[in-house]
Design a protein around this ligand. Structure first.
Ligand SMILES: C[S@@+](CC[C@H](N)C(=O)[O-])C[C@H]1O[C@@H](n2cnc3c(N)ncnc32)[C@H](O)[C@@H]1O
Length: 366
C-alpha cells in the first residue's frame, strides 16, 4: 500500500477518506474470520457437509449440527463470512443455496485416511492465545512485562508450564500431533523427504516430539530406524502408547539422548537465539560425526518475505505467524538469522531443502 505524506493526507477527497475508513474497519474486523472458522470447526460443519456427500443446504447444516432453531439466520451469516473468506464455497441457483467444501475445509474432515487438521484450529484460535496477544501493549511498555513472553504476561506462567494439565494441554498436544501427522504424511510420501529419513542409519530422537506422531510416522515408514521422543515429563506422561516409539522424559536444555539423527520439528521457532544455540549445542553432543551419519533435521519456517516470488497469502501467513510467536517469545527467521545460530552452535554446514507449505526442511551437519 502506498505511503502518504501530510500534504497528500490533507488533500484526500471525501471518497478517498471514506474508502480509507472501509479499509480501517476491514482490519478491525479481521479477527471475525478466525473466530468464525473456530465456530464452524466446533460445530463440525465440514464433517456435516462431507456426510451429505459434499453438498449441504442450510437446513441440512442445521439438522446435522443441532443448532437452535431460532439461530438459522445466524448460521446463514456465519456461512457467509466463511464462504467470503474461502473456507467453504456456495452455489446459489434455482435449486437453492448449497454449501460445499473447498480445499481448505477439506483439511478439517480427514477424508480418505488423510490426517484431520481440526485440532489445530482449536489450539491456535484459543482464548489463551488471544488473551496473550491482548497483552501486547503491556508487554511493550511495562518494565516487568517486558521481561516475559506475552503468554506469561497474560497467564502468569509460560506456555510450556501451562500445558502441564487439563483441557488446555489436551488441546495443544492434540493439535501438534495433528500437524505432525499431516506434515510427515506429506513429507514421507515425497521422494526427497522419504530419502532423507530412509537414509537415517539406525536411530533418531525427536526432541520436543510431543505425543510422538512424527516419530511414529518415521518408524512406520522405515522400521530400521529406532525412534525416541524426548519431551517434558508431563507431556510424556500423557502420551498414547506407540509400539514403535520410546519416550524419554527430560529437558532438552540439559540432555538429549544419543542418536544418529536429531529431529527438531517446530521447536526452534519457540525460542530466542541464545536458547536456540543452547538447544543446538545439546543436539550436537548427541549425534556422531557427519561421516558417521550424524545430522540434525530442523523443520521450521525460513522467512522469504514479500520481495520474493510468493503469493500474498504465503507472505501474510509468514508475517502473521511471526506476530503470533510473540506469545511465547519465539520468532520466525530468515536464512541469515538461521545461519548465525547454526554457526554459533558449532555446526559446519547446512542445506535448506524441501518446502512443505509454510515450512522448510533444513539438514544441519556437525
Ligand atoms: C510447538 S511444540 C512442537 C511439538 C512437535 N515437535 C510437533 O511439531 O508436533 C513444542 C514442544 O516442545 C516441548 N518442550 C518445551 N520445552 C521443552 C524442554 N525444555 N525440553 C523438552 N521438550 C520441551 C513441548 O512440550 C512441546 O511438545
Amino acid at each position: 500500500m502506498a505511503s502518504l505524506n501530510e500534504e497528500d493526507e490533507l488533500a484526500m477527497s471525501t471518497d478517498e477518506l471514506l474508502q480509507a475508513q472501509v479499509e480501517l474497519y476491514h482490519h478491525c474486523f479481521a479477527f471475525v474470520k478466525s473466530l468464525a472458522l473456530k465456530a464452524a470447526t466446533d460445530l463440525r460443519i465440514p464433517d456435516a457437509i462431507h456426510r451429505r456427500g459434499g453438498a449441504a443446504t442450510l437446513s441440512d447444516l442445521a439438522a446435522e449440527t443441532g443448532i437452535h432453531p431460532t439461530k438459522l439466520s445466524n448460521l446463514r451469516r456465519l456461512m457467509r463470512v466463511l464462504t467470503t473468506s474461502g473456507v467453504f464455497s456456495v452455489v446459489d441457483d434455482s435449486a437453492g443455496v448449497v454449501y460445499r467444501l473447498t480445499r481448505v475445509s477439506h483439511l478439517l474432515v480427514g477424508a480418505g485416511g488423510r490426517p484431520n487438521l481440526s485440532p489445530v484450529v482449536g489450539a491456535f484460535v484459543s482464548r489463551s492465545f488471544v488473551a496473550a496477544l491482548f497483552s501486547m501493549h503491556e508487554g511493550f511498555t511495562n518494565e516487568r512485562a517486558a521481561a516475559m513472553s506475552l503468554y506469561e504476561v497474560a497467564h502468569g506462567s509460560t506456555i510450556w508450564e501451562t500445558t502441564v494439565t487439563g483441557r488446555g494441554s489436551e488441546i495443544f498436544n492434540a493439535a501438534m500431533a495433528a500437524d505432525s501427522r499431516f506434515t510427515m504424511d506429506n513429507l514421507l510420501r515425497e521422494e526427497c523427504g522419504g530419502s532423507i529419513f530412509g537414509a537415517v542409519k539406525g536411530s533418531l530422537v525427536d526432541v520436543g516430539g510431543g505425543h510422538g506422531a512424527a516419530a511414529s510416522a518415521i518408524a512406520s515408514a522405515f522400521p530400521h530406524v529406532k525412534c525416541t521422543v524426548l519431551d517434558l515429563p508431563h507431556v510424556v506422561a500423557g502420551a498414547p502408547a506407540h509400539d514403535n516409539v520410546t519416550f524419554v522424559a527430560g529437558d532438552m536444555f540439559d540432555y538429549i539422548p544419543p542418536a544418529d539423527v536429531v529431529l527438531l520439528k517446530w521447536i526452534l521457532h519457540d525460542w530466542n537465539d541464545q536458547d536456540c544455540v543452547k538447544i543446538l549445542r545439546r543436539c550436537k553432543e548427541a549425534i556422531p560425526t557427519r561421516d558417521e551419519g550424524g545430522k540434525v533435521i530442523v523443520i521450521d519456517m525460513v522467512v522469504v518475505g514479500s520481495g520474493e516470488s510468493q503469493g500474498i497469502v504465503s507472505t501474510e501467513t509468514e508475517v502473521l505467524l511471526d506476530g503470533f510467536m510473540m506469545c511465547m517469545d519465539g520468532i520466525e527467521r530468515e536464512e541469515h538469522e538461521w545461519r548465525k545460530i547454526f554457526v554459533e552452535s558449532g555446526f559446519t554446514d547446512y542445506k535448506i531443502g524441501t518446502t512443505m507449505g509454510i515450512r522448510r526442511l533444513i539438514e544441519l551437519y556437525p
